[in-house]
Design a protein around this ligand. Structure first.
Ligand SMILES: Nc1ncnc2c1ncn2[C@@H]1O[C@H](COP(=O)(O)OP(=O)(O)OP(=O)(O)O)[C@@H](O)[C@H]1O
Ligand SMILES: [Mg+2]
Length: 306
């Protein structure tokens, strides 16, 4: 386990920001940490970095207590609200951080321009940070988080303020990191982005862990299938009742019919396909429906408690 917490807790006076959190993140995975505003995501990350002292519970990061120098050397961090010294150029800013990591002059000369390219700021390294747009600053922050070739990267809202191209590029960077075996802990509000980048996700609410698992695990159980066919008559439709209930039925502009079937049993797809074709209809698609991460998230938000 790269990250492990047991009953990790943070209280601010009366307010419980993180409640008895049990989490484990394995090496090489991209782990999405989701929740509404104020759910305790940033507080959790800060505890894992040793920046905030827990009120209770245990945490280990890279096999050590949070914040130890040995662990920090192998960790990258993009904070949620990065304050950039406006008078520094991006190059100087990265150089300063690289010196803090103890990188040699040679390593810095090679690494900094490469990273600026990687975050899409290749031509702008000599501009002052104060003249950067919000999205450009966010990109510098990301470059900073990757300076020391970390084994574990915490990204707290890495795409906030980025345009669609920037978001796409950050997703690509996360994919590359995964390819290099880097573990990524990602706080994000963009569910579609989490859906495509994360191996596993956790959903927190009010400091409590509500769900954790792979997307497939979390969104299974809908047991709904969409059937698109031409020549589906009323009798055929009625016959579908043996597998479940038809919950939607519509003609499409191309003259096919799309029917949604809420199935009662498991794994009836081959029988349904054979039945539809056997009735003389032309089957165009048989598509199992899964709830999106957004639907799951909304459902969890509507629940009273875990
Ligand atoms: N230093 C602090 N002092 C008092 N309360 C705090 C402090 N830091 C965070 N909190 C409270 O803890 C709760 C969790 O905050 P946190 O920043 O962890 O949320 P978050 O999930 O990161 O939210 P967001 O999505 O808005 O970034 C909030 O109610 C917040 O007001
Ligand atoms: Mg936050």
């Amino acid at each position: 386990m790269l990250i492990e917490t047991a009953r990790l807790r943070k209280e601010y006076g009366e307010l419980v920001a993180v409640q008895d959190l049990d989490l484990s993140v394995t090496e090489g995975e991209v782990f999405g940490f989701l929740g509404p505003n104020g759910a305790g995501k940033t507080t959790t990350v800060k505890m894992l970095l040793g920046l905030v002292k827990p009120s209770g519970g245990l945490a280990s990061v890279l096999g050590r207590p949070p914040g130890t120098p040995e662990a920090m050397r192998r960790i990258g961090f993009l904070p949620e609200h990065f304050r950039f010294p406006p008078w520094l150029t991006a190059r100087d800013f990265l150089d300063m951080h690289a010196r803090l990591y103890g990188m040699t002059a040679e390593a810095r000369r090679e690494r900094i321009p490469a990273l600026l390219d990687r975050v899409g700021l290749g031509g702008r390294g000599r501009s002052k940070l104060g003249e950067y747009s919000k999205g450009m600053q966010q990109r510098v922050g990301l470059a900073q988080a990757l300076l020391n070739r970390p084994a574990l990267v915490f990204l707290d809202e890495p795409t906030s303020g980025l345009d669609p191209v920037g978001r796409y590029e950050v997703r690509e960077i996360i994919r590359e990191l995964r390819g290099e075996g880097v573990t990524v802990f990602l706080n994000s509000h963009y569910l579609s982005e989490v859906e495509v980048t994360c191996d596993r996700v956790a959903i927190v609410k009010g400091g409590r862990l509500m769900r954790v698992g792979t997307l497939a695990e979390l969104t299974q159980g809908a047991n709904e299938v969409e059937i698109e066919a031409r020549g589906l008559d009323g009798e055929t439709l009625a016959g579908l009742a043996r597998w479940g209930e038809v919950t939607a039925d519509a003609e499409t502009p191309v003259g096919t019919r799309k029917v949604t079937l809420q199935m009662t049993g498991d794994d009836a797809l081959p029988q349904i396909a054979a039945y539809v074709v056997g009735r003389g209809a032309q089957l165009y698609a048989l598509t199992p429906q899964r709830p999106s991460l957004e639907e799951l998230f909304m459902r969890v938000m509507a629940e009273e408690r875990a």
